[in-house]
Write a protein that binds this ligand. Structure first.
Ligand code: ZN
Length: 175
């Protein structure tokens, strides 16, 4: 995860002192918070967090956060929450890998061979687009409840067809 820090261009960035730092972390079921590092760019913080979330089916995680801290400022005014996501059971694969961003409503399963997603439509505000890439399933719904139940149906159909989450969906061709 930190291999890129050995890269010389990264080292140069780290030598200048940043005015703000990006701090991704995840929280486990037992309330324990795991810090994933302190980064000088938002992009790196996201990359580190996304990489870590791929492991979420092996852990019991409840949430993730990315905080921005202004350097050399005393007190919690120096801190801004950039992103908070909650982890739920995925309606398709049933693993605890469904990351829901509550600010900009969107959700994505980080489970292997699943990647079910929900996103607010960019063309029709208020509508939600949902998808399940392995079967190229795409649909639009009007509410979060409908979106979840559509995805739940996708999961039920897959189970009926004999697929279990841990097998992946190997019979379906990938892009
Ligand atoms: Zn899933």
């Amino acid at each position: 995860m930190v291999e890129n820090l050995k890269d010389s261009s990264q080292l140069r960035i780290h030598m200048t002192s940043p005015e703000r730092v990006f701090v991704p972390s995840v929280t486990e079921d037992n309330g324990n918070t795991i810090g994933l590092g302190v980064f000088s760019s938002e992009e790196t913080a996201w990359r580190v967090l996304r990489e870590f979330l791929k492991k979420s089916d092996m852990m019991a995680l409840t949430r993730s956060d990315i905080l921005i801290w202004e350097v050399d400022i005393i007190g919690d005014e120096a801190m801004t929450v950039l992103s908070s996501m909650h982890c739920r059971d995925c309606p398709v694969c049933k693993r605890r890998t469904f990351w829901v961003d509550l600010n900009s409503f969107s959700a994505l399963c980080s489970g292997k061979a699943c990647q079910a997603w929900i996103e607010e439509s960019t063309f029709e505000p208020g509508k939600l687009d949902i998808g399940f890439p392995p079967t190229r399933f795409l649909k639009q719904t009007g509410s979060i409840e409908d979106a979840m139940s559509e995805l739940h149906d996708v999961g039920t159909n897959l189970e009926a067809a004999g697929n279990t989450p841990n097998q992946g969906f190997t019979s379906i061709p990938e892009e």
